[in-house]
Design a protein around this ligand. Structure first.
Ligand code: ITT
Length: 195
């Protein structure tokens, strides 16, 4: 089974391809369908943005697809940056600036609890489905590690002492927010294929 992943983030594409490797599902990228569009994400929730991205591709290309919207929710900051994670420091997709702003906001904060939350919206045969995944953890006081992307250098998942960027992709892809959401998607698609 082939399905389009509506993302412009190559790190997400790589992670999802690795997580789905054991399933009979082939992930098709936006590049594969010749889509270079900057897909709008203007909703106020992760669910809304994930649906908006998936609907954009289905409306324009008529293909079954799914999209992922992810946010980092920090307890001491009233769950910010949340749905605004990509543009927390003002300019979209500047991870260095986003991490710098978050570390500044967290200076002196004792409660470092945070969680990554991923919502996947799947559009299949005219129906819409949502799957989510959460990983709890804490925010560090400085960046650590070179792997991963986005906020990975400042997030330590629960049960570990290293950041996602130090742990590397093999561990991240087993325990992450995205891994949990993609496992639900994989299971659903595998069952749909065999029935
Ligand atoms: P698409 O919308 O094209 O899928 P994006 O990079 O805009 O890609 P999101 O809106 O879902 O993706 O991401 C929001 C922000 O959260 C963005 O700054 C990412 O770098 C960051 N992010 C997403 N997933 C992450 C992860 O697994 N680890 C660390 N940061 C992540």
């Amino acid at each position: 089974m082939k399905i389009v992943f509506a993302t412009n983030n190559k790190h997400k594409l790589e992670e999802v391809r690795k997580i789905t490797a054991q399933y009979p599902i082939e992930i098709v990228s936006l590049a594969d369908i010749n889509c270079q569009d900057d897909i709008p994400e203007t909703a106020e929730t992760l669910e809304g943005n994930a649906l908006q991205k998936a609907r954009y591709i289905q409306d324009k290309f008529g293909l079954d697809c799914f999209a992922d919207d992810t946010g980092l929710e920090v307890e001491a900051l009233d769950n910010a940056p949340g749905v605004y994670s990509a543009r927390y420091a003002g300019i979209a997709h500047d991870s260095e600036a986003n991490m710098k702003k978050l570390l500044t906001e967290m200076e002196g904060k004792v409660n470092r609890n945070a969680r990554f939350r991923t919502v996947i919206a799947l559009l299949l045969n005219g129906k819409e489905y949502l799957f989510d995944g959460i990983v709890k953890g804490v925010i560090t006081s400085e960046k650590r590690g070179e792997n991963g992307f986005g906020y990975d250098p400042i997030f330590i998942p629960e049960g570990y002492t290293q950041t996602f960027a130090e742990l590397g992709n093999d561990i991240k892809n087993k325990i992450s927010h995205r891994a949990k959401a993609v496992e639900k998607l994989d299971k659903f698609l595998s069952e749909t294929i065999t029935h």
